[in-house]
Design a protein around this ligand. Structure first.
Ligand code: UT7
Length: 328
């Protein structure tokens, strides 16, 4: 993958303070803690304050990522925000973030690949740095999924939470950094996980809102089957491209959608449970923010050491998937 080694210069995360527990959900819909924990592994999620939008979560995570990289906002050449819950249609959340950070030199755009968005963003950033077009790129996954969740639908409302994770991508010493990316899409499965209202196909009207078209809808069972298949194949492809074997993996950082999906990926990759970074119990599924938050926590907890082979893998709406091998 090109001449310069490109990797991660700093990581940061932010999650809102307010917790929504399984016990809280028991009072909102016909569900129970035991079902949620057994079927998903989730115990609680974070919910943004009414005044907080995705760019506010992104801002806090970005400040921390910049500090951990030892850089200022003016060192950043490009900002990529992966999100399915932008503050508004436009301007992009990346532009709102650029202004808030004072990243005056940076170009900025949002990237839409749902839960795979952060890995798509890393691949994009790495390519820009390798071509020499940009040196330092802020890649953020930020979501306020609570705003697109129907809290009367027990099939979905138990799953999602709010949060943001950010990294700075740039040149790293030879031998380290991203070794491979594997990205994919299958638009034929787009209707399995989507928000169909509010866009140019079905603009918001009183009727569209009354029939809840502005909320996320999901065929959980089919998404589950897709996820189990694609997490394994995407990770295996990324490993093959990097010339590594399953047994070389030091840490797996999977998208946090369901503990059973993570367990099946571990099985497929022949890894023991301690090889996966798991925080789904505390945050639920934060879509594009799940992987960068898990990565930031792995760094905070000292779970990644220099030279470790880290595999990032995710899947999501689109349908999309992505995996990467990163030598820390
Ligand atoms: O980032 C990507 C986003 N999405 C995902 O990753 C979702 C992937 N899918 C899943 O994680 C799983 O499909 C779920 C956890 C959402 C659901 O698990 P499932 O094994 O697919 O269950 P199901 O939807 O087939 O439902 C099984 C039963 C049903 O009852 P009956 O018909 O068997 O009587 C549901 O009505 O569980 C019932 N159920 C619930 N019960 C208590 C569904 N939701 C709940 C609930 N509490 N919250």
């Amino acid at each position: 993958m090109g001449d310069i080694s490109v990797g991660i210069l700093g990581t940061g995360k932010y999650v809102p303070e307010r917790k929504l527990t399984n016990q809280d959900l028991e009072r909102m819909v016909d569900t129970n803690d035991n079902w949620i924990v057994t079927m998903t592994g989730i115990r609680e999620r974070r919910i943004a304050d009414a005044a907080q939008a995705s760019s506010d979560l992104a801002y806090e995570a970005s400040l921390r990522a910049l500090a951990s990289a030892g850089l200022t906002a003016e060192d950043i050449d490009l900002i990529i925000v992966a999100t399915i819950t932008p503050d508004m249609f436009f301007p992009s959340t990346a532009c709102l973030l650029q202004d808030r950070l004072g990243a005056k030199r940076a170009a900025a755009f949002d990237l839409s690949a749902a839960c795979s968005g952060f890995i798509y963003g890393l691949a994009t950033a790495t390519s820009f740095v390798k071509t020499g077009m940009y040196r330092r790129i802020l890649v953020v996954g930020a979501e306020t999924l609570s705003r697109i969740t129907d809290y009367t639908d027990r099939n979905t409302c138990i799953l999602f939470g709010d949060g943001a994770g950010a990294v700075v991508v740039g040149e790293v010493p030879e031998g380290r950094g991203f070794k491979s990316f594997e990205l994919g899409a299958d638009g034929s499965g787009g209707d399995l996980l989507r928000i169909c209202g509010g866009g140019s196909r079905l603009p918001s009207t009183e009727e569209s809102v009354a029939s809840k078209k502005h909320f996320l809808e999901m065929n959980g069972r089919d998404v589950f089957k897709f996820a189990v298949r694609v997490m394994g194949t995407a990770a295996e492809e990324a490993l093959a491209k990097a010339g590594l074997a399953k047994s070389d993996i030091d840490l797996l950082i999977p998208h946090q959608a369901n503990i059973r999906i993570i367990q099946s990926a571990l099985e497929r990759l022949e890894l023991s449970a301690d090889k996966a970074m798991v925080n789904i119990d505390r945050y639920g599924n934060m879509s594009a923010a799940s992987i960068p938050v898990a990565l930031a926590e792995a760094v905070e907890e000292g779970r990644v050491k220099e030279g470790d082979a880290v595999v990032l893998v995710g899947f999501g709406g689109g349908l999309t998937w992505g995996a990467s091998v990163l030598v820390w």
